[in-house]
Design a binder for this molecule. Structure first.
Ligand SMILES: Nc1ncnc2c1ncn2[C@@H]1O[C@H](COP(=O)(O)OP(=O)(O)OP(=O)(O)O)[C@@H](O)[C@H]1O
Ligand SMILES: [Mg+2]
Length: 266
């Protein structure tokens, strides 16, 4: 049965798309069948990072012309993609609860063909999109050490928790200078959750370091960073985070579960 992973954040621009795409490719490299769905419909950019042409397929699904299965595009990186592409105006009329409910139902059928469906969300949480969080097995919050980004992240965690949207919360700290930043941020978020009486556990998946040059090159070459630079700290960060997520979900084969690598890393 396919698992749904939602990548989300409070503030925009913290690296949701970058982290969702690279985690998806990392999962595919380990032999899992993966579908990435770009739910940031108005500012869709998954298709750029995975170098595919959406050709208005997603819009034609919303127009009821084609089934959801026909919107799926195969990328060169071992993952399938559903993306809105660049036609923003074509979507505005379809963004309503009825259509999103239909998409949720269809997604629950499609996910049976995959091990993982990775959803790249738009920043923040919108009422009509809450259902996508409800059907998620894991939510991965992307944080970076910027103060305003953190304040917005608390708001999103509160909404997810108050609505019991998902039982399993994870944190990926992006764009850190060093590992201490990630651990400190994690502790800080945990303390705030406790203070506000948010009962859920937050599971630290790990840090992803800041590397503007390599991230830029990977975008220019339209090749996910974990493929283009397989021996870099960022690749190591995604490998570790993926191992920890799989272990937590009972899907990692090694009994160590990345613990050794994790403690070495920290
Ligand atoms: N670890 C990193 N090191 C350097 N640059 C990064 C890193 N992660 C992301 N970036 C850059 O930060 C910018 C924002 O990343 P991204 O588009 O993934 O964020 P987002 O949260 O999806 O944004 P939005 O809310 O607009 O969807 C991009 O230019 C991306 O290349
Ligand atoms: Mg994005």
């Amino acid at each position: 049965m396919g698992k749904i992973l939602s990548f989300t954040s409070g503030k925009g621009g913290v690296g949701k798309t970058f982290c969702a795409v690279n985690t998806a490719v990392e999962l595919a490299e380990r032999g899992f069948r993966v579908l990435v769905i770009d739910m940031d419909i108005n500012c869709s950019n998954v298709f750029i990072l995975l170098h595919v042409k959406p050709e208005n397929r997603f819009q034609r699904y919303f127009e009821n012309v084609i089934p959801l299965a026909d919107t799926i595009i195969t990328s060169d990186f071992g993952v399938d993609v559903i993306s809105a592409g660049v036609n923003i105006l074509g979507f505005i009329q379809f963004e309503n609860e009825y259509n999103f409910n239909r998409l949720v139902r269809d997604l629950e059928v499609i996910k049976e063909n995959y091990d993982f469906v990775v959803i790249d969300h738009a920043a923040g949480i919108r009422q009509e999109l809450l259902k996508f969080y409800q059907i998620s097995d894991e939510i991965v919050f992307i944080a970076n050490p910027e103060v305003t980004a953190l304040t917005d992240l608390y708001r999103v965690i509160k909404v997810v928790s108050a609505n019991k949207l998902c039982g399993s919360l994870n944190l990926l700290v992006n764009r850190v200078k060093n590992i201490d930043w990630a651990v400190n941020l994690y502790r800080e978020i945990q303390a705030v959750m406790k203070k506000f009486g948010i009962p859920e556990d937050l599971h630290l998946l790990g840090p992803i370091v800041n590397d503007e040059e390599k991230v830029m090159l990977s975008i220019q070459k339209r090749t996910p960073l974990v493929k283009l630079f397989p021996r870099t700290p960022i690749k190591g960060g995604f490998a570790l985070a993926t191992t920890r997520l799989l272990y937590k979900m009972g899907m990692f084969k090694d009994s160590d579960g990345g613990q050794k690598a994790f403690s070495k890393f920290f």
